[in-house]
Write a protein that binds this ligand. Structure first.
Ligand code: ATP
Length: 221
């Protein structure tokens, strides 16, 4: 096993509008499967690639806190909410690098859908210099090397890791495709259900569903 001081850190950013089991179960499985010291769940402030979130930053943060209460492997990281302006992941990774130092393996966790949009991210070519990229399978999206666009294919061809253990061998630079339990849950689907007067129970943790009802979130889209 590696030096305990250099256990990899997981970084999982999102709008989390709201956080649901499709985020939480993969985050926990990756923490266990990859031997991550912890996974930082980082709600964004202003998402660069989509419209403004429906719930406030404070509400999305509160829902993450409720969702992970009692789960030591997952932690809320409020650095993007505290930073004004668009939440660029490259800036978040620079700040984590400063915190953890140059040697610590950092693992940026993204779903397969998000991975396919990577070339549109701000300064995306810098990301592999700052962290490994761990792609979690998500129902409905396939990461097939032969079908990837011109910018992503070389990234996968040149950086793909075959085994999770390789994440510990360097601080950054690998791309790992990792199977997780497939949960076809999306925040969009949850918001639509709630807006239509339906229930989101069993799609997210009970305390998060209670919070949504108490604060009347997502009732009209
Ligand atoms: P929305 O429907 O509002 O776009 P979402 O459910 O996709 O939201 P985000 O907060 O946008 O959630 O996603 C944050 C990260 O979580 C992204 O990397 C995304 O790919 C990943 N993710 C979200 N849902 C799942 C899921 N069901 N399985 C695997 N990964 C997921």
């Amino acid at each position: 096993m590696s030096d305990a001081g250099l256990e990899p850190i997981g970084i999982f950013g999102g709008t989390f509008d709201p956080i649901h089991f499709g985020h939480l179960r993969p985050a926990l499985e990756l923490q266990e499967q990859l031997g991550l010291e912890s996974v930082h769940l980082i709600p964004c402030n202003i998402p660069p690639h989509r419209g403004a979130p429906h719930a406030s930053g404070a509400a999305r943060r509160a829902m993450v806190e409720l969702a992970i209460a009692g789960e030591p492997g997952l932690r809320l990281d409020g650095r993007e909410l505290a930073r004004p302006g668009p939440s660029y992941m490259v800036e978040t990774l620079h700040s984590l690098r400063e915190e953890y130092g140059a040697q610590r393996p950092l693992c940026l966790i993204i779903g397969a859908d998000a991975f396919l949009t990577l070339p549109s991210w701000y300064h995306w070519q810098e990301l592999p210099r700052l962290a490994h990229i761990v792609v979690a399978h998500r129902p409905g999206w396939v990461v097939d090397e032969a079908q990837l666009d011109g910018a992503l294919r070389p990234l996968l061809q040149q950086h793909r890791l075959e085994a999770a253990a390789q994440l510990r061998a360097s601080p950054a630079g690998g791309v790992l495709l990792q199977r997780v339990t497939q949960l076809a849950i999306s925040a969009t689907g949850i918001r639509e259900r709630v807006a239509a007067g339906g229930s989101a129970n069993y799609l997210l943790p009970q305390p998060v569903w209670d919070y949504i009802r108490q604060h009347n979130l997502y009732r009209s889209e």
